[in-house]
Write a protein that binds this ligand. Sequence first.
Ligand code: ZN
Length: 299
Amino acid sequence: MAACEKALLRWGETSITEIVMSRAAAAVNVVPFTQPAETVSGADWVWWWVDSTSAYGMLVQAKRLTLRQDRWRFDFGYRTGSQHANLSSAAASLNLIPVYALYLGTGDYRNWEPCPDDHRGRRCPSCVKRSISLMPALLADPAIVNDSATTYERSVALEELWTPSSRGAPLIPVLMEQMDPELIDFLLTPQTGARAVARSAIDRILRVRAGQFAAAAPPAPSIMRGGGHDQLGSVFPDLPSDTGHWGVPYFKHVLDPLQHVAPDYVLEIESREFDADEVASTMPEDVAGVVVVRLSQNG
Ligand SMILES: [Zn+2]
């Protein structure tokens, strides 16, 4: 992005995604389904974050930042119709959380607008890390996400995604009463590996939810019963059914993809016993490939 900006070239989602994937391929398993030439703009990538006790899966779509004066804008595809809905339905069919990878360009491109992480003016390291930031699709409301503050608040730098959070998630007391002790422990103590990635997503959602709560009290939440405490399914089968202003049971939406064990296609990719065409045939059409990242549990 910096090289393009220097040459006054407009960078696009597809070329940046190709560069990210080529760099990632040196360290993690990347399985593309299509040749780069066929890759369509806005293609979705499946990302699995895996450690020895759990796995967390995302369906990721890239969106570049465009700036007009001080207004920040991402084309989340609400106006053109179905792209946003397609991402959500494809993610649901694969039990993944839908996420946007926001390509924010360099700090110069963003005029070094202050980030919330100990901002240090021009050349701020936290701002530099923000060049690729991940935002849960649930929070990608174009009417609200139109400046640096809301973009930063609702997203996390890709490089920080698996960093254990030193702060607990912002919890509404009435919701805590509905939670299993294991869930409360997960939300209030630092997590590592795949669980740290899941925490970074649910923390952003709960922060926005806490803000909503001030304006409107939700109906008394009830517990959603999942499929029992077996060692194969979701790490948290029983989750509060609160929907906030989204009309979506957001705990389930964000935390169901946190599984004790990754699905078979992920295990096959890691053991290099897979056929890319076969894996592709089980996925929706817009999925461009799968990335599997194995994380250390030491953070
Ligand atoms: Zn900064």
